[in-house]
Design a protein around this ligand. Structure first.
Ligand code: ASP
Length: 347
């Protein structure tokens, strides 16, 4: 090998080493990017949480037998168990919200689905809504008479229609088109709710004096850091003229935003609508930097000042829970991935 050949070979080896180093560098950069993105998007975050309510109202311990208390507690425990299992297995917050609310809709204990209250005309008209905090997508139905699980149809409105809220016959038609089996209105008959309507009619009291709210709701934070909220109700006993409360109204009875939290309300709907209740809680957190508990408490304060009654559940992106109400009780509970859990009825 003469000198120029040696020089050539050294320069080729040198270039190869540079190329190899460049490739190595690129490979390392790609690996780091992949690792970061899998941590950020692919891998579930560690913590999840879920909070539920089954309505707020005048509930004195002495007026509720221990058997009835146990019945409510058993259903709420089951709901938390099912929601926990959905979230623990990497299910989404919307799956947890829908499944949890469906259980309460199927129970005759709560004023939603099977246990819904009667209107003035002795029929059942149901409202429900859901919202996703990541996309701010939402779906709702109001005044439906033949839907067994309104929360699922509300979810279908969000996912399969270009609308946010459908009403009455149109909502029922949409549900049928989506493959939901209609049920006869008599499916919703329960003696307890029928008697309660008769009492209202006898006393000629207006629905606005109703002091027990049995709406159901759920808010969940999943392992991906997303929040969803949902609410389902029969409204208020003795309601007239196609009255619609806050439960199917996004920003009143239900709201979710990953930036702040998710909220579901129960109470005298007219006040919640006028306050823009759940959207206002989110605004208090976003603009005033209040914690989820402080914001819910402040909003309940506004409700009290206006003369309204009810409660709200909420959670934030860290999984902090709020369960606030100005009545003597609210069926409520929460569960967290760290094993923390609570189920309660009275103040
Ligand atoms: N908020 C519901 C409504 O006004 C009633 C309730 O929570 O019980 O329709």
């Amino acid at each position: 090998m003469n000198l120029s050949e040696v020089e050539l070979s050294v320069s080729i080896n040198f270039s190869l080493t540079i190329l190899e180093k460049l490739h190595m560098k690129r490979a390392v950069i790609c690996f780091v990017i992949l690792l970061i993105s899998s941590v950020l998007w692919g891998q579930p975050a560690k913590q999840y949480a879920m909070v539920i309510h089954g309505g707020a109202g005048v509930m004195e311990r002495e007026n509720m037998t221990s058997e009835v208390q146990d019945e409510y507690i058993a259903v709420m425990n089951r709901v938390l168990q099912v929601g926990d299992s959905v979230l623990a297995h990497g299910g989404t917050c919307m799956d947890a919200v829908e499944k949890s609310i469906m259980i309460m809709e199927d129970s005759p204990l709560f004023n939603a689905g099977k246990g819904a209250v009667f209107t003035h005309d002795g029929i059942v008209e149901l409202d429900a809504s859901v919202m996703e905090g990541k996309s701010l997508k939402a779906g709702a139905i109001a005044s439906v008479r033949d839907i067994k699980n309104p929360v699922s149809v509300a979810r279908a409105v969000m996912e399969k229609s270009e609308h946010v809220m459908l009403n009455g016959l149109g909502a029922s038609q949409f549900a049928k088109d989506q493959g939901f089996e209609p049920v006869d209105n008599s499916y919703f008959y329960t003696e307890k709710r029928f008697k309660s309507l008769q009492e209202f009619l006898k006393k000629e009291r207006e629905a606005t004096t109703n002091d027990k709210h049995g709406t159901v709701g759920c808010v969940a934070l999943d392992r991906y850091g997303n929040i969803a909220a949902g609410t389902s109700t029969g409204g208020m006993t003795n309601k007239k003229y196609g009255r619609i409360g806050d439960s199917p109204i996004i920003g009143a009875g239900t709201y979710a935003n990953n930036k702040t939290g998710g909220f579901s309300c129960t109470g005298h709907g007219e006040y919640y609508i006028r306050l823009g209740f759940s959207r206002d809680i989110s605004a208090l957190m976003e603009y005033k930097k209040l914690s989820v508990t402080e914001a819910c408490r402040e909003e309940i304060g506004k409700l009290t000042e206006m003369g309204g009654t009810g409660g709200v559940i909420g959670l934030d992106k860290e999984g902090n829970i709020a369960m606030e109400f100005n009545t003597s009780g609210m069926f409520r509970g929460y569960i967290k991935s760290n094993g923390e859990k609570e189920v309660a009825i009275f103040k």
